[in-house]
Design a binder for this molecule. Sequence first.
Ligand code: C5P
Length: 237
Amino acid sequence: MTFGPTQNSGGPNGPSFVVAIDGPAGAGKSTAAKALARRLGWRFLDTGAIYRTLALAALEAGIAVDDETGLAALIQTLRMSQDPDGRMKLDGRDVSAAIRTELVTRAASTISAHARVRAGLLEIQRAVAREGPLVCEGRDMGSTVFPRAELKVYLDADLGARSRRRHEELAAKGQVANLDEIAHQIRERDHRDQTRSAAPLRRVDDQIYLDTSDLDTEGVLARLQDLVQTRRGVSPP
Ligand code: C5P
């Protein structure tokens, strides 16, 4: 899957099935969506990685995070691609690690509030669904990007569980972080995502709410698989 201004034609057929997963930071959306897509043999789209890649490109180009016009123009020049594991390339360079730094995380959270940035990235995301069945995750999948998705899920977990998971992720990468500081950053990001005027993170009526605080990855995956099977009219075993 590749996307960019010159490569967005998509396929001739409508989407066959879209699983739209939304939720706050650290709820395990990416891990669950990626594993579900792999199990189903479907495409996976990590939309946070797209916002992060734009943020990285802006930082590198010296475009300020509050320069909405500059950011909208930058989108038109970028060539991004995402492989089935969610690894991101920017102009052919693998930026998967570079987009996970604290600096880029903050910048992504800020630039994503701009309406013109969101509008510029909308079609890029929709084009992926025209290529075949899709599992995508982000903040506005069910509300804005794929309002007619066949299955919409809101993955949530309490702040403590989300902070601990993020702490463990960082520890696995050999990074030492303070749990309280992580909780503070997550709360700040959630607040920005929920209170912005352009496509805020919110729950929608036709969404299934799934609290993952007490579930491990396999538990979340099993629940998602059941939901997909039920929606497709196939009884779970
Ligand atoms: O999901 P992830 O933490 O990688 O997303 C990075 C940032 O991108 C989020 O903090 C959020 O502000 C923004 N985002 C968004 N809409 C999406 C996905 C991510 O605004 N669909």
